[in-house]
Write a protein that binds this ligand. Structure first.
Ligand SMILES: Cc1ncc(COP(=O)(O)O)c(C=O)c1O
Length: 393
């Protein structure tokens, strides 16, 4: 049997398994901060790297390694490095690949904290970012400078589900000697594998669909070994934002049901998006699985299905949008996504609330916009819950 011939669903439950002497069936959780050496010479050899093996859980841990191996198998990546959160994955990637004087071109439609990191923090360390439209490859090309090292995007984007053309942008990046980094949070490898479409590095907030049940924070950076491994590990060891073994175990087990969950999230989101599109109190629906989405064809080429996130503008502004949120009795009012429980948020005052009104407007995030992350609730119940507030507009 060859591992590289197995289907993703099989890899999700079988890869990364290294049984201990007890031959446990479910993967063991190694909840330990350090590892014991037989003698002083062994300790010295492990610390110097002369001898392979565990030293300390900020360096390596068997449960974290198992999760890394499984996620790498699902993304089709040569290597995976786990981090404490999605944001520390993005920071780690920047710390590994950038230095003062270098430049990033990033999509304008990315997670609010990533905008803060790129636009607010990194300039203090001499790293500049130009923000461009997610869906206009010509704008990316125009923004490139001789110092550009990274092109960074999310597709579909948060919260407007804009789609970036991965192969066009990877061509642009490579022609200019830069790397294409994709935050694959919304799709997960069950729906989209950016490395196969030309990306160099994939980022995950494992906090979202990879865990899938809203339990733990985690993140990951995936790509070619020689591109990221040494530099990322150097950053993690010295900087410290490594993944806890407990969180790694939860995510490892979450990955086992990822494909099934993503199919269910997508089916539910499509049904809800179709219903919202017909609703008289709804101005516009943003969902890549709908034929009305401006990049529906591209989305369906890159993704297996539309994913679980549906955003929509209600007729009116903040007051009307908040009224829909406040009328819900079932859907959780929280900014997290990728959970079995459906969540709703008002991006302009939560996830993207720290952006200036001009930056929000440029990103197309209006005051009437709501984002629903469809969980595994029955869609009929979601319609009733949203319908209550929408009927009052
Ligand atoms: C697309 C995207 N990337 C990154 C992050 C950051 O992940 P974390 O909260 O795990 O740091 C989020 C969080 O919501 C996100 O939605």
């Amino acid at each position: 049997m060859r591992w590289d011939e197995l289907e993703q669903e099989t890899l999700a439950v079988r890869s990364g398994v290294h049984r201990s002497q007890f031959n446990e069936h479910s993967e063991a959780l190694y909840l330990t901060s350090s590892f014991v050496f037989r003698n002083a010479a062994e300790a010295a050899a492990r610390f110097s790297g002369e001898e392979p093996g565990m030293v300390y859980s900020r360096y390596t841990n068997p449960t974290v390694s198992a999760m890394q191996e499984r996620l790498a198998a699902l993304e089709g990546a040569e290597c995976c490095i786990a981090t404490a959160s999605g944001m520390s994955a993005i920071l780690g990637c920047v710390m590994a690949l950038m230095k003062a004087g270098t430049h990033i071109v990033a999509s304008r439609s990315i997670f609010g904290a990533t905008v803060q990191l790129f636009g607010g923090l990194l300039p203090r360390f001499g790293i500049e970012t130009t923000f461009v439209s997610a869906s206009d490859p010509a704008a990316w090309e125009k923004a490139l400078r001789p110092q550009t090292r990274l092109l960074f995007l999310e597709t579909p984007s948060n919260p407007l589900t804009e789609i970036s053309d991965l192969s066009a942008l990877s061509d642009i990046a490579h022609r200019h000697g830069a790397l294409l980094v994709v935050d694959n949070c919304f799709c997960s490898p069950a729906l989209q594998r950016p490395l196969q479409l030309g990306a160099d590095i994939v980022i995950h907030s494992a906090t979202k669909y990879l865990d899938g049940q809203g339990r733990v924070l985690g993140g990951a950076v995936l790509g070619k070994r020689d591109l990221i491994l040494d530099r990322m590990i150097g950053f993690l060891r010295a900087g410290g934002p490594t993944l806890s073994p407990f969180n790694a175990w939860v995510i490892l087990k979450g990955l086992e049901t990822l494909s099934l969950r993503m199919q269910a999230h997508s089916a539910g989101a499509l049904e809800l998006a179709r219903w919202l599109e017909q609703h008289p109190a709804v101005e516009r629906v943003y969902y890549p699985g709908l034929p009305s989405h401006p990049q529906h064809a591209l989305a369906m080429r890159q993704q297996k299905s539309g994913g679980g996130i549906v955003s929509f503008d209600v007729k009116g502004g903040r007051e009307e949008a908040w009224r829909v949120i406040d009328a819900t009795q079932l859907i959780s009012i929280t900014a997290n996504l990728g959970d079995t429980k459906t969540t709703i948020t008002h991006p302009a005052s939560t996830t993207h609330g720290r952006l200036s009104p001009e930056a929000r407007q440029a990103a197309g995030i209006g005051e009437g916009l709501l984002r629903v992350a469809v969980g595994l609730d029955a869609v009929v119940d979601l319609k009733a819950d949203l319908g209550r507030g929408l009927a009052r507009l």
